[in-house]
Write a protein that binds this ligand. Structure first.
Ligand code: ATP
Ligand code: MG
Length: 529
């Protein structure tokens, strides 16, 4: 079939004559002759036309693989055609979060780049393969044709197409439905089963606006992320892979996982949630990490309890066991569970992260979370691996204000002053504050919820006071016990010493008596002589 773009550049009269001949051609020229006619027609057009035409097909030459260039062009043209084309096609694409509009078949639009005008045509070719059973099933093959004047050939090929591909790819990434990936065990790593990662659409609603934390710190993190996401050229200039590691640490319920979701939403990234305990060994870990896409966050939650990662901790454990014989016996019964589950080691993890950094192109973020930052090996969290260490802390007043706005839609209340004071005196996680603030029925309004928080904070403070009192009491009892024990020991020691002394005196007296008796015997013997 002749391409629509191929006739662009001919005059109006030529087009009318062409249409006439085209109708005759379709009616009288048999199919097997058309290939020859078309080949010569194209040659002829090439001689008389000043225009160059480039064709971009939907599928690559190898067969069924979709062409990435075609998709990028479609995205790029979709952004233009929603404003310019008269006929649009609305698609509900599998990996897209909303309806995608694109140019309809046989539609054309004009684009301008650096003062040069080009035309894009969307074409469709119907192929009718004859099946063995005489039935035919037609197949549609789509392609775009780009037409431009031949004097712009260099600029179009070197600059314009690069611009179209880049823009189209960015639009595709923005429109795509983001995914939450979780790793499969290696038994499932077959293409006809689940592959290395399973995924579900990622729809976590957390954003930096709803994240309760110190606003200065929050702003700092946002700036860091923006700088990172725009830093492609900078990273290249300084010779560093375009990656960033974040360590989120803090007590349970302080928003570490929520922060990860907020980062993913902020940057429009996919999330790979890596469960280390199901990874068999170091080489499996490496393969998993290398099978992640760019513009993604790789998350390892609770890194301290995922695996026995630190040699230090192992040593410490052994020391503890030596101290306590009973604990040792207990530990002997339990331990090897981790070893059985996974053979991933600290050095394996470090190598995999470093390998990931050097092997993959495109931006990537890796996040570790932990409740106990002191337990982690310094090598794992050193800058360069975990560049930004973020502490998520208990809920203070600024964080509370965000939660109150999220959960109750209020910005102030008479009790805010009291709450501020109480939050300074009590360690309560944002998760607990959020739960207390949440209305539990339609009858509960903001006032009830705020008062409940004040009461909970008072209860919490009282609980902590009682706990401290009990601790103090226990400590005093323990000290008194130890004092008593020390006194008893001292007394026992004194008694023993006293007894020893007495015994020694008795011995001495006995010796004296014995000596006297012996002296008496000697003088008696001398007298008898
Ligand atoms: N800083 C926060 N801002 C907003 N909501 C929060 C915050 N912290 C906790 N929450 C709320 O509490 C719930 C639990 O928080 P999250 O799972 O993020 O805590 P975490 O620090 O990851 O805890 P863990 O250490 O146990 O994994 C969240 O679903 C969220 O609703
Ligand atoms: Mg968490």
């Amino acid at each position: 079939m002749l391409e629509t773009g191929a006739i662009w550049g001919l005059t109006g009269t030529t087009v009318t004559s062409f249409m006439f001949f085209w109708a005759i051609y379709k009616q009288y020229v048999p199919n097997h002759l058309r290939a020859y006619v078309e080949r010569y027609f194209h040659k002829m057009i090439g001689w008389i036309s000043y225009y160059v035409h480039i064709k971009f097909t939907e599928y690559t030459d190898e067969g069924l693989k979709r062409s990435q260039a075609y998709d990028s062009i479609r995205n790029y043209l979709a952004s233009k055609s929603t404003a310019l084309a008269k006929r649009l096609k609305a698609n509900e694409t599998k990996n897209s979060k909303s309806l995608v509009f694109s140019m309809d078949d046989h539609e054309e639009i004009e684009d301008e780049f650096e003062g040069v005008k080009v035309k894009w045509y969307s074409n469709v070719k119907v192929i009718q393969p004859q099946s063995n059973y005489g039935r035919s099933s037609s197949e549609e093959r789509r392609y775009f044709t780009l037409s431009f004047h031949r004097r712009h050939r260099g600029m179009i090929i070197e600059t314009y197409l690069d611009h179209v591909m880049r823009e189209g790819k960015a639009i595709g990434l923005k429109n795509r439905e983001r995914k939450l990936y979780t790793n499969n065990s290696s038994q499932e790593w077959y293409p006809w089963r689940s592959g290395k990662w399973s995924n579900v659409p990622f729809h976590h609603p957390a954003t930096f606006e709803t994240l309760a934390m110190d606003p200065v710190k929050k702003e700092g993190i946002k700036k860091d992320l923006i700088k990172f996401s725009k830093g492609k050229d900078y990273y290249k200039k300084v010779g560093k892979p375009w990656k960033r590691g974040y360590l989120l640490f803090g007590p349970p319920g302080t928003g570490k996982s929520t922060m990860i979701a907020a980062i993913a939403n902020f940057l429009d990234y996919d999330v790979y949630d890596l469960e280390l305990t199901t990874v068999k060994d170091n080489s499996e870990l490496k393969k998993l990490l290398l099978d992640t896409t760019s513009k993604s966050i790789i998350v390892i939650e609770d890194i301290d309890c995922s695996l026995d990662l630190t040699g230090q901790r192992k040593k410490k454990k052994e020391e503890d066991e030596e101290e306590d014989g009973e604990e040792k016996k207990e530990a002997e019964k339990k331990p090897k569970v981790d070893e059985k589950q996974s053979k991933v080691t600290l050095s394996g993890l470090l190598n995999s992260i470093d390998g990931l950094w050097s092997a993959c192109s495109g931006e990537k973020i890796i996040v570790f979370t932990t409740n106990f930052v002191d337990k982690l090996d310094p090598a794992l969290i050193r800058r360069g691996r975990m560049d930004n260490h973020i502490e998520m802390s208990y809920c203070k007043f600024e964080a509370f204000k965000v939660l109150a706005k999220n959960y109750l839609e209020i910005e102030t209340h008479d009790l805010y002053g009291e709450i501020e004071r109480k939050l300074e005196e009590t360690d309560m996680s944002p998760a607990d504050v959020a739960e207390t603030l949440m209305p539990k029925s339609d009858e509960e309004d903001a006032d009830i919820c705020i008062k409940r928080l004040v009461k909970t904070l008072e209860d919490e403070k009282e609980k902590v006071r009682k706990l401290a009192e009990e601790e103090e009491k226990k400590k005093a009892e323990k000290e008194a016990k130890m004092k008593k024990k020390a006194e008893e020991t001292e007394e026992k020691k004194n008694v023993e010493e006293e007894e020893k002394k007495k015994k020694a005196e008795e011995e001495e007296n006995k010796d004296k008596v014995k000596g006297k008796e012996q002296n008496g015997d000697v003088s008696k013997q001398n007298g008898s002589k």
